[in-house]
Design a protein around this ligand. Structure first.
Ligand code: SF4
Ligand code: MG
Length: 350
């Protein structure tokens, strides 16, 4: 969990009671090597905060981090530096993450030196730099090394940012909306590069996105966050084809996905299997409502003010995770029944 203290109101009242933004509450996730985990949600759902907690950019309010099953010590000492080598981050904005007055060579050399991977002497350094750029498919390396960030395209800049993360030889890559600021036409190339790195380097990747359609394409596992809590998880195919949580259905209904018919009269989805796919557009109107304030989040299920299927208990009791088939789970009271069937009971058909 992560709560950020805030103080509201005029200065005269600053001595008043402290409040907190409940940015992340009771979130639990596991990243595995050789696997992409997507964390999906609207802006303000807390997904970037999760990444920043995993990168130890913020201390946890409650809970713990484990690396290889061992607790990670908080603090900025030697253990922290070792942790940073294993857990690297790529940010949304490749313009902001590279210093405009320095060349690509400077950025990558600095990263290699910090992680003690620059080798001995100029030749080894040159080889390490070339290998990094080749790894992100910027070749010939000589064309990019002495360029400044503004001389590269957005996609090339993001590849440099990925190369810089790879300079640490990490095991975990936290990618916070890595393609959302790029032209649509080059997004796929960057996601394919990340997938290639995952496979070749056995990386665990956390892919943060508001675009659930890209999670389906790119991630092995998909987790959905709403208002600081995790509401659904499972393998990406299942979560996107048979969403269990009403919020996931709303996200899918509002996601532009060429593979999916989401307009009025939807239901012709050719991948529907035995009718379990339901009609994502029927549960909720995507335009209905917006995420709640996290200073005083709704009691019970945080989605209840927007949920067309809300029941009385949803207003007061926080739903725990209910396990469904095939590793899928949902934090929703609809599944609190021995005979609960994913999707069917929530699709408004029963
Ligand atoms: Fe809707 Fe209740 Fe499920 Fe929350 S717990 S998503 S309010 S049905
Ligand atoms: Mg964000």
């Amino acid at each position: 969990s992560k709560h950020f203290p805030v103080r509201r109101g005029p200065r005269a009242l600053l001595g008043g009671p402290r409040q907190a933004v409940h940015a992340v509450d009771d979130v639990s996730l596991e990243l595995r090597r050789g696997s992409v985990t997507a964390l999906v949600g609207e802006s303000g759902s807390g997904k970037s905060t999760v990444a920043r907690l995993l990168a130890q950019l913020h201390p946890l309010t409650a809970g713990e981090l484990l690396l290889d099953g061992k607790p990670v010590k908080a603090g900025r000492g030697r253990a922290f530096r070792a942790y940073c080598r294993h857990v690297q981050m790529v940010f949304q904005d490749p313009f902001a993450s590279l210093n405009p007055v320095h060349t690509i060579r400077y950025h990558l050399t600095r990263a290699l030196r910090i992680h003690d991977r620059a080798g001995n002497g100029p030749q080894e350094l040159e080889r390490a730099l070339t290998a990094l750029l080749e790894r992100v498919q910027l070749t010939p390396a000589g064309r990019y090394l002495d360029a400044f960030p503004h001389e590269l395209s957005g996609g090339q800049r993001q590849r440099v940012a990925i190369a810089r993360a790879m300079a640490a030889d990490p095991r975990v890559l936290l990618a916070d909306e890595p393609v959302s600021m790029l032209d649509v036409s080059i997004r796929l190339g960057v996601l394919n590069l990340l997938r290639d790195l995952k496979e070749r380097l056995d990386l665990a990747i956390l892919y943060i996105t508001h675009d659930i359609a890209s999670a389906r394409y790119f991630a092995d596992t998909t987790l959905v966050m709403y208002a600081g809590r995790m509401v659904e998880g499972g393998d990406s195919e299942t979560v996107t084809q048979r969403p269990a949580h009403p919020y996931t259905r709303l996200l899918l209904a509002s996601a532009p996905d060429p593979d999916r018919v989401t307009g009025p009269g939807a239901g012709t989805d050719d991948e529907a299997d035995g009718g379990t796919d339901g009609e994502p557009g029927t549960d909720a109107d995507p335009s209905a409502g917006e995420p709640p304030s996290l200073i005083s989040p709704p009691e019970g299920c945080r989605f209840h003010p927007r949920c067309p299927l809300a029941m009385e208990r949803c207003r007061t009791e926080t739903p725990p995770r209910f396990d469904l088939d095939d590793g899928q789970w949902a934090a929703c009271w609809l599944y609190d029944a021995p005979a609960a069937v994913p999707a069917a009971s929530a699709a408004g058909t029963g």
